[in-house]
Design a protein around this ligand. Structure first.
Ligand SMILES: *Cc1c(COP(=O)(O)O)cnc(C)c1O
Length: 497
């Protein structure tokens, strides 16, 4: 059986479906796979569809689920709700391959995990014969929120509450959340940044005020702290690898690099799990924007949040505390829970920690860190469109420009796939400005202009957004977070009775 253990206490071991239900471990740690019992053989992937690959990976990581349950989850999630039958198509550009991860219902890569997570959760509950309501608390830097709202809308026995930073998300992202449909959803803006939202949600699981309100309700998370979100993200590393072999870009078994625009370190950690399980990956290139805390960490071994927080044109990466790094530290240190506890404690009290040289070298053999400033992010969007007529969003631009910088620094000629994480239409104002130098303050206006200029189709969910009625208006202060969560839980508990 594949077990998952808490990164802060390795004796706290659960099976996959138990980890999915809980989200975060009671000790505040993250559930992390213990000794991968599953091996990915690249040759086996070559002729599989996206759905078949997903089934293979999920079976490998969650052997406690029945094959029939997993099939239902996979085919219920990855179907015509995606506007491309490949689910994740690749586009070739002159120096890389773009993995288009934005063809799902909310036009961001979060859909790849959040269309399936609610299904995995429902099955997990059925396995435990439980009938409490799962209260999903989600902090978002913009994209997770809408993808969770869409994935969980009207799913029986669940209720979703999303917290997003009042200033920081793009107007399109904001409108996507404020107009969320479903009787079990709630959206709250927070007068703070993403880290404040994430901290609130993490604290809720151990807060007495909140736990006292949990009558018939259990709290879980749709953030990438939930292992049920990470495992589905392994799939597209595998399908993209297979596609590149089938297209003759690499020989089967030869390595490739993946470049990942990184915020909470969830997406890139899924790539690392793929590598651990046997997918031929040489380097995972961790691309950051001006919030370059991870670049510094990967280069020096010191993680320090004593720095300015920047609001950038790639808001989904405006994060200083990257939660999933904890899983990397735990796995790469061979499950040293004592050390992980100390580092996380230091991060909380001192705002920084430094890992040992040995561990840093281990991590550096798999990861490289690069970052890109705002001007280069803009010019990369501009130049790619001018030269190749390919339109990318700012997050993808951070990754592409990071790849070019990495190649310049290292001379590493390994073929590379760039994770293209959002539709350019989610960030119309910045993308339009990058192309034309015209700053149109109205994002919906910029959407039309961008479409007229490039002819690139606007995804339907975004085109429909402008005229949708706003349902949620609430903004709260950070200090009121826990009592607001308690009130929301009480409401859910009432509805349940
Ligand atoms: C969430 C997000 C990221 C960062 O992914 P992490 O898993 O948080 O590292 C990058 N780009 C976009 C568009 C996103 O929505």
């Amino acid at each position: 059986m594949q077990y998952y253990i808490s990164s802060r206490n390795k004796n706290n071991a659960v099976t996959g479906h138990e980890a999915i239900i809980k989200g975060l471990a009671d000790d505040g740690g993250l559930y992390t796979p213990l000794h991968l019992s599953f091996h990915i053989n690249a040759a086996d992937l070559l002729h599989l569809s996206y759905q078949e690959t997903a089934l293979l990976i999920l079976k490998g990581f969650f052997p406690d689920f029945s094959e029939e349950d997993l099939k239902e989850c996979v085919y219920g999630a990855y179907n015509e709700r995606f506007d491309n039958p490949a689910i994740v198509p690749l586009t070739r550009i002159s120096d890389a391959h773009l993995m288009e991860l934005y063809h799902g219902p909310t036009s961001a890569f979060k859909d790849l995990a959040l269309t399936i997570l609610p299904r995995l959760m429902s099955k997990s509950y059925a396995m435990e014969n439980r009938n409490d309501t799962i209260a999903i608390l989600t902090a978002t830097s913009g994209d997770t929120g809408k993808a969770a709202l869409s994935g969980f809308a009207d799913v029986p026995h669940t209720a979703v509450t999303v917290f997003y930073p009042h200033v920081g998300v793009s107007p399109i992202q904001k409108k996507q959340m404020e107009t969320a449909e479903g009787s079990n959803v709630c959206v709250i803006a927070v007068n703070g940044n993403f880290d404040d939202c994430q901290r609130m949600v993490k604290q809720a699981v151990t807060s007495k005020e909140v736990l006292d309100a949990c009558d018939g309700v259990v709290i879980s998370s749709a953030n990438s702290i939930n292992i049920g979100r990470l495992v589905p993200q392994i799939v597209y590393y595998c399908t993209s690898y297979a596609k590149l072999v089938n297209d003759g870009v690499i020989a089967c078994g030869n390595p490739i690099n993946f470049v990942v625009p990184t915020g909470n370190f969830g997406d890139i950690l899924a790539g690392w799990l793929a590598k651990k399980a046997g997918l031929p990956i040489y380097k995972l290139i961790c691309a950051s924007n001006t919030n370059n805390v991870l670049t510094d960490f990967l280069r020096t071994g010191t993680y320090s949040i004593h720095r300015d927080f920047h609001t950038t044109m790639s808001p989904s990466m405006d994060i200083l505390i990257s939660s999933n790094l904890e899983r990397l530290l735990f796995l790469a240190s061979d499950y040293d829970d004592m050390k992980v506890r100390t580092w996380m404690q230091d991060l909380q009290t001192e705002g920084s920690y430094t890992i040992d040289d040995d561990l840093l070298h281990t991590i550096q053999s798999d990861f490289a860190g690069v970052w890109t400033d705002e001007d280069t992010c803009s010019s990369t969007i501009h130049d790619l469109y001018e030269k190749e007529k390919v339109l990318i969003d700012p997050h993808t631009s951070i990754a592409l420009s990071g790849l070019r910088q990495y190649r310049k620094e290292t001379g590493d000629p390994t073929p590379a796939a760039v994770l293209s994480t959002a539709s350019p239409y989610k960030f119309c104002r910045s993308v339009y400005r990058s192309l034309t130098d015209i700053d149109d303050p109205d994002d919906f206006d910029a959407m039309d202009k961008l479409n007229a200029l490039t002819g690139v189709k606007v995804p339907k969910n975004l085109a429909d957004l402008k005229d949708k009625p706003v349902r949620f208006h609430e903004t709260i202060e950070v200090k009121d977070g826990l009592s607001r969560i308690a009130a929301r839980i009480e409401e859910i508990s009432h509805d349940n009775h």
